[in-house]
Design a protein around this ligand. Structure first.
Ligand code: C2E
Ligand code: CA
Ligand code: CA
Length: 765
């Protein structure tokens, strides 16, 4: 009995479920059979006899218990006589071969039609009978209707007491499930191997020997891990990443040598992150001395509270990083000048604000170039770009060791952020230094050119403590610097806040000049001696496509505060000269007067352009008049004097506009090359009812005449005024009484219908 038990248990040990069930079953049977021990004594076998493992004579037909026992077994049991003829099969065997009617009396060859190589199987059976040597655990396969089943087959000979072989017992245990599982395991194992080998990432495993107690303080754990973690598995990729010629050069190395998580800090992060690490970046210098950026992820395996090993991947992100860095650079730098752009400037300001110490002072400077558009317009965009490119290094050189960021905000706008200044004075001094360095001559494409700028400064924390307010205040200050022509201004709350309308108009005006939205209206001037028209004053008009008519009093002052005033004046100049030349060519003996702004008078370009245009339109200078207000002259009298002389030298007539509203003395005017005075219309309006005004007008006329100047009265709205002026010996009159400012075409019509006339030129036939 023991022999059978041992045998069955041993023979079935592949199938765990089967083994335990068989064992249980046999124990159960044994307890039942104890009474009739001899009944199955034919199975008796001593362990020492196990070597031959022959069973003694086998007959179950008349032993019910044994029959039951065999039928309850999970395995197929067949007993054959010494001719290989099946004598008995248990229930499983009958079920298995049910399609065949009965298996008794047949050979294995006959029933094993779906077996692989049945004759070979039969031969093996016969060999066991012949030699009396059992065959254990042979794997045999049956394929029936495409369904594969695997058996582990034991073939044990039975013998009589005298050793004569009587037959063979076949015990066939279905191990299909195991085989399938094994196969899947093998496949997944090879898949896993292939996956690891072909992975673009380095894959590795560190074993921690002995494992580290996860209840220890993290610092201590990290230290122990560094000491104990040994690389036990990795792929080629890791070897390549760490400059090893073979995996074996790395295996067995502790983590701190060539490890993917080499520093204690990395490992501490791993421990503190619940034994996980995600995309941790670190750098490593490779054998060529290049800096590689690597990225590791890892998972630790915890068993019974101990970290036993860690799996992880490492990838080389050097290229990716380089690409990202490049993208980041492009997104934060100005492509033309390579200076930081607005994004980076704001980021730096934000960072500085966040980390600002209590007493730390900061300054933000906004720089707007004053004549930049003209450089673009006259020298071309390439030259303009060159100037912008030269400016960055200049400003940075001026900055020197002072910590700060020079940025280009776009167009001709720059900014300098100084995160650490001593005081307001230092900011102002630096502002002036920057301005000076901007004003140095630029040599571009063979030309020497100058630009100026306006710089606005805002201060932190005195004035603002956030980026947008600092920007806004610096902008207000910059505007202030521009309008007052001071060059540099520090924000002051008393400055005019930015008027959005003003800004909008400024943008639109630039377009208006370029795109021909401007036009000239002309207002006649009458010679009070002969009552003929001797000239027109050109007055600029702006017909905005959406805003409609914009009066010159709205946009001329804006132009005067920006660098638009020159292009505007140039446009008026050219069109006045053109119109005058045209009228004269039509036989009208007239002159045209135009208005100059303060900044035009000090602008050197004016003389050059004036001379060029007079020549281009073949207009003698004497037919062009330029009106300049008193205040214009007073802002820089010496410079103005030089300029007026140059203008006058071209034959152009000069007139003082709005006379009486300023504080210039006639004695000063005497020194100027001026030919006429225009008494301001405010005196003329009231002269009929206000005696004082009449006295002023009268004495101005007399004094002017004494100085050899002619006098024009503007704002003549009625005949009475006109007549009175005539009586006062005023030379000329201009005003609504005669006509409002008109377009060229309107003048044509007006001349036809009105009594005012223009003297005719002697035209050569
Ligand atoms: P302004 O040089 O004193 O020009 C005369 C202004 O008086 C004109 O106004 C004209 O329309 C107005 N006016 C003429 N006769 C009469 C009258 O009898 N009664 C009244 N109430 N007004 C009269 P406008 O055209 O609106 O020009 C205003 C100012 O705009 C000009 O004053 C001048 O300072 C400036 N401006 C106009 N065109 C130009 C220009 O091309 N360049 C510059 N720099 N300034 C210009
Ligand atoms: Ca005028
Ligand atoms: Ca005037």
């Amino acid at each position: 009995m023991w022999g059978l038990l041992t045998y069955i248990a041993a023979g079935n040990n592949v199938n765990n479920a089967g083994t335990s069930l068989n064992a249980e079953l046999i124990w159960f049977c044994m307890s039942k059979l104890r009474a009739d021990f001899r009944g199955i004594s034919l199975f008796e076998e001593s362990p020492t006899q196990r070597k031959s493992s022959q069973l003694r004579s086998f007959s179950v037909s008349n032993n019910r218990e044994l029959q039951e026992l065999l039928d309850a077994m999970h395995s197929v049991v067949l007993y054959m006589d010494r001719w290989g003829v099946i004598k008995h099969g248990n229930q499983k065997a009958i079920e298995h071969w049910s399609p065949l009617d009965g298996i008794e009396g047949k050979s294995f060859l006959e029933i094993a039609v779906h077996w692989d190589d049945p004759s070979e199987r039969q031969r093996e059976i016969m060999q066991v009978i012949r030699t009396g040597t059992p065959a254990w655990g042979v794997r045999e396969r049956e394929v029936n209707l495409g369904v594969e089943r695997w058996f582990q087959v034991d073939k044990v000979p039975t013998a009589e007491d005298d050793g004569r072989i009587t037959g063979v017992l076949l015990l066939m245990t279905d191990i299909t499930e195991n085989v399938v599982r094994e196969r899947a395991l093998r496949e997944s194992e090879s898949r896993y191997r292939a996956f690891i080998a072909n992975s673009a990432d380095a894959i590795w495993r560190y074993d921690v020997c002995p494992p580290v107690d996860t209840r220890l303080p993290p610092e201590e754990q990290a230290e122990l891990i560094i000491k104990r973690a040994i690389l036990v598995e990795c792929n080629e990729r890791l070897a390549r990443l760490f400059d090893a010629s073979h995996i074996n050069d790395l295996l067995g190395l502790p983590i701190h040598r060539n490890g993917s998580l080499s520093t204690k800090k990395d490992i501490l992060v791993f421990v503190q992150g619940g034994y996980r690490l995600e995309d941790r970046e670190f750098t490593r210098i490779n054998r060529h001395g290049e800096r590689n950026c690597l990225q590791s992820s890892a998972t630790g395996i915890i068993e019974n509270g101990f970290l036993t090993r860690a799996w992880g991947t490492t990838r080389d992100i050097t290229d990716q990083k380089r690409y990202i860095d490049r993208m980041e650079y492009l997104a934060t730098h100005d492509s033309l000048t390579t200076l930081p752009n607005r994004t980076l400037l704001y980021r730096r300001i934000d960072e500085a604000l966040v980390n600002r110490k209590e007493k730390q002072k900061m300054a933000l400077m906004l720089i707007d170039l004053d004549r930049f558009k003209e450089i673009n317009d006259t020298l071309g965009h390439a030259a303009g770009d060159k100037v912008l490119k030269l400016l960055g290094p200049r400003l940075e050189a001026e900055l020197g060791d002072t910590p700060g960021t020079v940025a280009r905000l776009g167009g001709d706008e720059f900014a300098i952020f100084l995160p650490n200044i001593r005081n307001t004075q230092q900011a102002a001094v630096l502002g002036h230094r920057f301005l000076d360095c901007i004003c140095q001559i630029f040599e571009v494409e063979g030309y020497r050119t100058e630009i100026s700028a306006s710089i606005g400064i805002s201060l932190c924390p005195d004035q603002a403590c956030d980026v947008s307010t600092m920007m806004k205040y610096a902008d207000v200050a910059m505007y202030q610097a521009k309008t007052t022509m001071k060059g540099v201004a520090i924000y002051d709350s008393s400055f005019d806040p930015h008027s959005p309308k003003r800004l909008e108009l400024m943008g639109a005006l630039g377009i208006a000049i370029r795109e021909g939205q401007l036009l000239l209206h002309f207002q006649p001037k009458i010679n009070l001696k002969n009552h003929q028209i001797y000239g027109f004053e050109a007055l600029v008009r702006w017909n905005h496509p959406e805003m409609g008519f914009v009066p010159p009093t709205d946009f001329v002052p804006i132009a005067e505060r920006s660098n638009l005033i020159y292009p505007l004046t140039l446009w008026v100049l050219e069109n006045s000269i053109k119109q005058c030349a045209k009228w004269r060519s039509m036989g009208m003996d007239i002159s045209v007067a135009m208005n100059l702004s303060a900044r035009n008078v000090t602008d050197d370009r004016l003389i050059t352009d004036l001379a060029k245009l007079l020549q281009e339109y073949r207009l003698p200078g004497e037919y062009l008049e330029m009106e300049i207000t008193e205040s214009t002259l007073m802002s820089d009298p010496n410079r103005a004097l030089i300029q007026l002389r140059r203008i006058n030298a071209l034959g152009v007539v000069l007139a003082i506009d709005d006379f009486g509203t300023g504080y210039s003395s006639l004695a000063y005017l005497k020194r100027l090359p001026v030919q006429s005075l225009k008494i301001d219309r405010s005196f003329i309006f009231n002269m009929l009812c206000d005696e004082q005004d009449e006295i002023i007008v009268n004495s101005t006329v007399n004094l002017a005449h004494n100085l050899g100047l002619s006098v024009v009265a503007e704002g003549v709205e009625c005949m009475e005024t006109y007549d009175r002026l005539e009586k006062l010996s005023c030379d000329s009159a201009q005003g609504y009484y005669i006509a409002r400012p008109m377009s060229e075409n309107e003048i044509c019509d007006w001349l036809e219908s009105s009594s005012w006339e223009i003297p005719k030129l002697d035209m050569p036939n």
